[in-house]
Design a protein around this ligand. Structure first.
Ligand code: PMP
Length: 441
């Protein structure tokens, strides 16, 4: 097909779109053709305010010149180098810069190409790590109800979103789930971290009693669960999880694919909550969403256990053709530079109180049954239409798009996570327009 951007209805058939209502979309397609800073341009020439940083990833906004130029330069200089048994400087530079902003105690970086791959990598490292230390029986993995850890088999096994699991067979064996942390009866409309629910972490003791700690490799949780509709950790919950995992020799993995790179006002949620996991999975904001790339960050204790055999032997039989890809790495370096130069993590922290007030101003509007917020992330939960769960929020999504704002919905929850460059006036626009939408539902 030629580079004619005006697609006829038949041109829409070939692309089987991910996580999309394909038949609905193809009857009334929503197309972006350009983006700049806080806005997308639609095919029919409208501006749409990005309330979701793409898919929780474009933390510095869109088409930032520094990032674009870095990609162009790298593509012209060294487009690809073999990822195995060969290196190139940019991947090392990015790893060092990541460690500079990572929590104290995190010292190594393993590259992947997505959040899903970061999760698979971390789960595999966890099992192999115990084996390397002579505890090969530790293979069980523990996730959490409503958790989202990507869509590969490991990730949907430890994940807890029913629709992502139920038609895909038996999944990994040896997986348990902690209860989710959503307590609407007690915590509805809490501003920031909820008061109630720290004791939900104690369920890990039940699982340990059931199987024996000597069979459990790792617990993986999102420190703040994003894709399931922004569920915040109750006060004290993550601390408890850390204490119990430590007590039983179980690794703790924080899936920070959404919370990494400033969403909560710190580089990582681990710093925001003051809890150090053994591994952190990342992607998305690592490259501002511009080039696919992910990374697993680990402590020295995790990494060093693999560095004990003969020097000429490969330590971990794992990796991807594109691990540390030069163009992705250059994009990552330019992205971290942009965050640092513009102080975007601090900006998110500074804007958080304004964001919180704006979001909670929606309380009392039709159908709003809960509002949750932290840093520059938020959720507005709507009461479902009886017999038609997800329809109310999907209608809101369509109406919002028509009114010029991009929101994201999951179930009957509207999730917001704007680029960290958003201004107060744009927050007013985003929340005001969402309020108008809710009134029309
Ligand atoms: N983990 C978490 C916490 C996520 O939010 C996501 C994506 N929303 C993933 C993993 C998967 O990332 P990807 O879509 O890049 O595979």
């Amino acid at each position: 097909m030629a580079l004619d951007r005006n697609l006829a209805p038949n041109d829409l058939n070939a692309f089987w779109m991910p996580f999309t209502a394909n038949r609905q979309f193809k009857k009334a397609p929503r197309m972006f053709v350009a983006a700049k800073d806080m806005h997308y341009t639609t095919q029919d020439g409208r501006q749409v305010l990005d309330g979701t940083a793409g898919l929780w990833c474009c933390n510095a906004g869109h088409c930032r010149p520094k990032i674009t130029e870095a990609i162009q330069r790298q593509a012209a200089e060294l487009d690809y180098a073999p990822a195995f048994q060969m290196g190139h400087p940019v991947a090392f530079e990015l790893a060092n810069r990541l460690i500079d902003i990572a929590p104290e105690g995190i010292e190594h970086v393993f590259y992947t190409n997505s959040g899903s791959e970061s999760v698979e990598t971390a789960l595999k490292i966890a099992i192999a790590w115990h084996r390397a230390r002579g505890e090969g029986a530790r293979t069980r993995l523990i996730g959490r109800e409503r958790g989202y850890h990507g869509v590969n088999f490991g990730g949907i096994s430890v994940g807890g979103i029913v629709n992502n699991r139920k038609v895909f067979g038996s999944l990994l064996t040896g997986v348990d789930h902690l209860p989710h942390t959503h307590l609407p009866g007690q915590n509805a409309f809490t501003r920031g971290q909820p008061e109630h629910g720290a004791n939900l972490a104690d369920d890990l003791e039940r699982i340990v009693a059931l199987h024996g700690a000597e069979t459990i490799a790792a617990v993986i949780v999102e420190p703040m669960a994003g894709s399931t509709g922004v569920l915040l950790p109750p006060k004290g919950y993550l601390e408890k999880l850390r204490a119990i995992t430590k007590k039983h020799g179980i690794l703790l993995i924080f899936d920070e694919v959404i919370t990494g790179f400033g969403r909560l006002g710190s580089p990582f949620a681990a710093q925001h909550f003051g809890v150090l996991p053994d591994m952190i999975t990342t992607a998305k904001g690592l490259t501002n969403g511009v080039i696919p790339m992910g990374a697993v960050l680990t402590t020295a204790e995790v990494h060093d256990a693999f560095m004990t055999g003969p020097e000429h032997l490969i330590e971990l039989f794992h990796g991807y053709t594109y691990s540390g890809n030069p163009i992705a790495a250059a994009c990552g370096v330019a992205t971290l530079e942009t965050y640092r130069e513009e102080g975007l993590f601090q900006r998110a922290a500074d804007l958080a109180p304004y964001w919180e007030d704006a979001l909670h101003s929606l309380k009392g509007l039709p159908h709003v049954i809960d509002i949750r917020n932290m840093g520059l992330i938020g959720a507005v939960e709507l009461d479902p239409i009886p017999g038609q769960p997800t329809k109310r929020a999907f209608d809101a999504f369509l109406a919002a798009y028509d009114k010029g704002i991009l929101i994201r919905t999951t179930g009957d929850i509207v999730a917001l996570s704007p680029p960290l460059i958003i201004t107060r006036a744009q927050i007013d626009d985003l929340i005001g327009t969402l309020g108008d939408v809710l009134k029309t539902l």
